[in-house]
Design a binder for this molecule. Structure first.
Ligand SMILES: NC(=O)c1ccc[n+]([C@@H]2O[C@H](COP(=O)([O-])OP(=O)(O)OC[C@H]3O[C@@H](n4cnc5c(N)ncnc54)[C@H](O)[C@@H]3O)[C@@H](O)[C@H]2O)c1
Ligand SMILES: O=c1ccn([C@@H]2O[C@H](COP(=O)(O)OP(=O)(O)O[C@H]3O[C@H](CO)[C@@H](O)[C@H](O)[C@H]3O)[C@@H](O)[C@H]2O)c(=O)[nH]1
Length: 331
């Protein structure tokens, strides 16, 4: 039996593929390579270049492979892009989930672990955020993911498809050998952008807004290491394999860092005096997102190994130093 990783050529998915292979699992990857990189997929995994909205092509993968469970990373995930192009997000993310659940139903595959997000909470009512807190997204990306969570819940009622939604906070870092890492095109994520400045590929990092309702005025986020995150997916698959009920878990560290603090941590991690300037706010950004991950720790037994952002940034810097131009260096 194989685990099917949708979006396995992307940043987080490629780390998940490596962790599954480490565990001795058979792995099948589906990715349309619109954002991902073929070179990010470990050669031991089977690869299909397929769009999950293509029902015929996706069904062929399920026909050929003996799929036991699905891990679903395949989505668009850039907050400001979703504000500008909401329908693109509802098409790729939300409509993509309709096709996927239909095919799972057709092939009697009953387990799915899903990449959800802190963006489903919108501007949170409590910090740290608990899974039971209200979900009122303030951007189309978060809305598309909340709709996907709800679709899985109804598919559970009707077809007994069991799911775990993992609501990630901000994912960063890279595998310790630096062989794969974060390379989004275009890059919009804070840590790789700060490291582009550290590597001399941009003159400075622009910090978006210094007038947020936070202690230093800069946006606060909760950063979680990508390998710790992948480990939570392994635990979620075990949880479903044991016949447990569908559930959702926050994945973060319970500690928030402002954009300014992240720049300072990156200066320490890299030894480079990275230049930073204050710019205007970016649309769709909540003030603070920090997770209460008690449920993931208690129910799944999740024990993240990284507990400070400097160490997380060091692993991202290791990847950056080895691959200054990301996967372009691997073609
Ligand atoms: N990076 C973060 O901080 C973060 C935080 C919360 C949630 N997430 C979620 O985690 C998942 C992975 O994020 P990432 O940073 O690795 O993104 P990514 O863009 O690197 O990976 C997504 C992968 O999915 C593929 N894909 C997208 N649409 C597809 C489709 N219709 N059919 C087939 N393949 C498709 C892309 O080509 C890409 O390889 C996303 O669902 C995202 O919403 C990410
Ligand atoms: O050049 C930059 C880039 C980002 N930021 C700020 O850095 C923080 C983090 O931004 P970014 O790395 O783009 O992540 P988010 O927009 O917080 O979104 C990430 O984290 C969310 C969960 O919190 C996920 O849902 C998304 O998929 C993922 O992209 C935000 O406050 C941004 O305003 C800057 O100040 N300058």
């Amino acid at each position: 039996m194989s685990v099917l990783v949708l979006g396995g050529a992307g940043y987080i998915g490629s780390h998940m593929v490596r962790r599954l292979l480490d565990q001795g699992q058979d792995v099948v990857v589906v990715d349309n390579l619109v954002k991902g990189h073929r070179a990010a997929v470990a050669p031991e995994a089977k690869f299909y270049q397929v769009d999950i909205r293509d029902k015929k092509a996706l069904s062929e993968v399920f026909e050929k492979e003996n799929i036991d469970a699905v891990v679903h990373f395949a989505a668009f995930s850039i907050v400001p892009e979703s504000v500008a192009e909401p329908l693109m997000y509802f098409d790729n993310n939300t409509a993509g989930m309709v096709t996927l659940l239909e095919v799972m139903k057709d092939f009697n595959v009953k387990k799915i672990v899903f990449s959800s997000t802190a963006a489903t909470y919108g501007n949170p009512v409590n910090i740290p955020i608990k899974e039971t807190d209200p979900q009122n997204p303030i951007n189309p990306y978060g809305e598309s993911k909340l709709m996907m969570e709800k679709m899985m819940a109804w598919a559970d009622s009707a077809y007994d498809i069991k799911w775990v939604a993992l609501r990630y906070f901000n994912v960063a870092g890279a595998i310790d050998d630096g062989s794969i890492g974060e390379d989004h095109g275009p890059e919009t994520h804070l840590v790789p952008i700060i490291l582009q400045a550290a590597a001399g590929q941009r003159d400075y990092i622009e910090m978006f807004g210094d007038d947020y309702n936070t202690p230093d005025g800069f946006n606060v986020r909760d950063y979680v290491h990508v390998v710790d995150l992948a480990d939570a997916h392994i635990l979620a698959l075990d949880y479903l394999a044991k016949g447990n009920k569908s559930a959702q878990f926050n994945l973060g560290s319970a500690t928030g860092f402002s954009v300014k603090e992240m720049v300072e941590a990156a200066r320490e991690a890299t030894g480079v005096n990275i230049e930073a300037k204050v710019g205007p706010r970016r649309p769709g950004d909540p003030d603070i997102l920090v997770a209460d991950s008690t449920q993931a720790r208690e129910v799944l037994g999740w024990q993240p190994k990284f507990d400070n952002v400097k160490d997380i940034i060091k692993t991202a810097w290791n990847w950056k130093e080895k691959h200054p131009n990301g996967y372009d260096d691997r073609k």
